[in-house]
Design a protein around this ligand. Sequence first.
Ligand SMILES: *[C@@H]1O[C@H](CO)[C@@H](O)[C@H](O)[C@H]1NC(C)=O
Ligand SMILES: *[C@@H]1O[C@H](CO)[C@@H](O)[C@H](O)[C@H]1NC(C)=O
Ligand SMILES: *[C@@H]1O[C@H](CO)[C@@H](O)[C@H](O)[C@H]1NC(C)=O
Ligand SMILES: *[C@@H]1O[C@H](CO)[C@@H](O)[C@H](O)[C@H]1NC(C)=O
Length: 273
Amino acid sequence: MEEICLLLILLLSGGLSTLPPHSREYHFVNQLMTWTEAQSYCREHFTDLVTIYNSNINQLLVSIGPRINVWAWIGLYDDRYSWKWSMEGKLFYVGSTHEFLIWANGQPDCVNAKEYCVALQGQTQMDDRPCGDSYPFLCYNAKNTSYILVMESRSWSAAQSYCRTYHTDLTSIRSKEEKSNITLTLNGSGVQYVWIGLYRDPWAFWSDNTTSTFTNWAPSDPNNYASVEYCGALNLMSGKWDDGFINYKNYAFCFTGEVQNANTVRSCHHVKH
Ligand SMILES: *[C@@H]1O[C@H](CO)[C@@H](O)[C@H](O)[C@H]1NC(C)=O
Ligand SMILES: *[C@@H]1O[C@H](CO)[C@@H](O)[C@H](O)[C@H]1NC(C)=O
Ligand SMILES: *[C@@H]1O[C@H](CO)[C@@H](O)[C@H](O)[C@H]1NC(C)=O
Ligand SMILES: *[C@@H]1O[C@H](CO)[C@@H](O)[C@H](O)[C@H]1NC(C)=O
């Protein structure tokens, strides 16, 4: 196997002490692998799949790969289960232990890479929907522990503002008791979709568990084609990013260097947490 490697020294201004790291070695791996295989390969031979903090690193990666119109995996992924409640802002795992929170059949599917907010569908099951869609919404009022159904259609963030102004916030559903109170509130309202406080950040995670706000998507990406594309890849010709199915076979970019945290167990794996 052929590997091309380049050392990048980032000169940082005084105050910046953590990220991006001072120096990292970047490696192009000339072997076709699934995203998971690429992650394992990078962790075994180097440190991890690459995190791209800025356009200089992006350019550098393009320069060490062959200029062909194919893709190489990077560490970026979209986690369909990284939901947070508006009221707490903390990561909330929606797993099998929360039997009062049930996803509608096939959800969450993040259609067209546009669905990052959650509505109750048919008053009981959860569905990820485009945050800009207008639906009635459920506020929670902490002063009198009540749930208020507002029958005025608004986008998710407009609904959030309303609830924060007139009550406490968009509602959470954290227990069976809360769920049954909400079911009672919705009973007879006839609403098809109603916003609740659940939302997530798109494409927020990198394999090495560091964060970066830099993006370099191709104009029509991410598009979550066929609702299976949750892993990031870089086009070796253009340097632009594309979302890819975890089981596609692509080349890979790894890095060697210090990391802030132990390797994360979370990834774009096609599994539920
Ligand atoms: C709770 O307080 C809110 C805001 O004042 C009000 O709209 C709502 O009707 C109250 N609910 C109950 C059950 O008292
Ligand atoms: C649910 O409703 C009951 C009866 O109105 C109330 O006593 C209780 O505090 C509510 N529980 C929650 C979690 O909202
Ligand atoms: C909904 O309300 C109707 C009466 O309006 C009642 O018969 C029914 O039991 C209620 N359903 C639930 C789930 O509370
Ligand atoms: C990932 O990083 C966050 C903070 O940046 C930390 O709280 C968390 O424990 C880390 N997770 C793993 C698995 O390293």
